[in-house]
Design a protein around this ligand. Structure first.
Ligand SMILES: [Zn+2]
Length: 329
């Protein structure tokens, strides 16, 4: 046997010896599936490299309308924990969740601890608004809840999950304090604190940061905005002298543009915000708005920029580097 052949054999043998260990190690990690971009972000932060995470929805995807694909269902079926937002946000997942419930797969709604704490807002009597994550105080509850679930499912790493949740909730608190101070700055008259967007995703956001919120569509994007809805919001924009209204990244622009046109037809000077707001989906992972922290920060700065209000410096503890478009002014 030639020298080179022996090397090849040795390499092959080494690879074969390593393979089972590699495979085992991957299987040892807790298999977690997350539905929305926010849920996946939280799972990455709390679970880190100790979990094997599959994220189902991508950037800009509307979770109200998203239907699980065959590969999504396969991923959920072989998961140990499935994390979702809940309150019927993932409207097309009901049957899948029900089926998972029949098996030994743990499903966890991140909204559960928020509901338990009594912090849910209602869209109408008896119908909770699913967009709870927009209040960082709610998201901190979700972080703690998720850490508890991961700790239960993977006791060996319980301390790791809990420590990550503790670090993250401290950051969420800093984010909330900064955002509240920024959005209720003395430069912003209280009657001017009105946020108009295409669907009712921002009630919790407004509640957290001291702004009133008007959406054109209801809490779900499943129903198309009617001509009457558009006219009603246009009338409001005119009568309250609202100067900026916003487009959401996961909802088509057309609705907001119709409102602008209808308000301008009545002689109002109203424009669309300088950038889109993230609502039900975050940005791509490589974007600044591709994390929860980045998304909230992006939205707050975008609102302040659009109205021409000052932006206070971000606390360093957040560890966020602002992209150029969000700096200055
Ligand atoms: Zn929504």
């Amino acid at each position: 046997m030639g020298k080179s052949k022996r090397w090849v054999l040795l390499l092959l043998l080494m690879t074969l010896m390593l393979m089972p260990f590699g495979a085992l190690r991957a299987e040892e990690r807790l298999r977690v599936v997350a539905t929305t971009t926010q849920a996946a972000d939280l799972a990455r932060i709390i679970g880190g490299e100790r979990i094997a995470l599959t994220a189902l929805m991508g950037a800009g995807v509307d979770p109200h309308l998203y239907k699980p694909t065959e590969s999504d269902i396969a991923a959920m079926n072989s998961a140990q924990v499935v994390i979702y937002s809940g309150l019927n946000l993932e409207g097309q997942f009901e049957t899948v969740f029900a089926a998972l419930g029949q098996r030994a797969i743990r499903t966890y709604a991140l909204s559960a601890p928020v509901a338990d704490a009594g912090f849910l807002l209602e869209e109408e009597v008896g119908v909770p608004d699913p967009h709870f994550w927009f209040d960082p105080r709610n998201w901190a509850l979700a972080a703690e809840g998720l850490a508890a679930v991961l700790a239960e499912s993977d006791a060996a790493n319980a301390d790791f999950y809990r420590a990550n949740a503790a670090t993250y909730t401290a950051q969420l608190e800093a984010l909330y304090d900064w955002g509240l101070a920024a959005m209720t700055d003395a430069a912003i008259p209280e009657e001017k604190r009105v946020l108009v967007t295409s669907h009712d995703a921002f009630q919790y956001f407004g509640d957290a940061f001291g702004w009133q919120v008007r959406g054109i569509q209801g809490i779900s994007t499943a129903a198309e905005a009617s001509v009457a809805d558009i006219q009603a919001v246009a009338d409001l924009v005119v009568s309250e002298g609202i100067s900026v209204i916003f487009v959401e990244s996961s909802v088509p622009r057309a609705t907001i543009e119709s409102v602008v046109a209808a308000a301008q037809a009545q002689g109002a000077s109203v424009k669309v915000g300088v950038r889109e707001l993230y609502s039900d989906a975050m940005g791509a992972p490589e974007d600044f708005g591709g994390s929860y922290m980045g998304m909230i920060t992006h939205n707050i700065i975008t609102i302040l920029h659009s109205f021409g209000y000052p932006v206070p410096p971000l606390p360093e503890s957040l560890g966020l580097a602002l992209p150029e478009e969000l700096q200055g002014r």
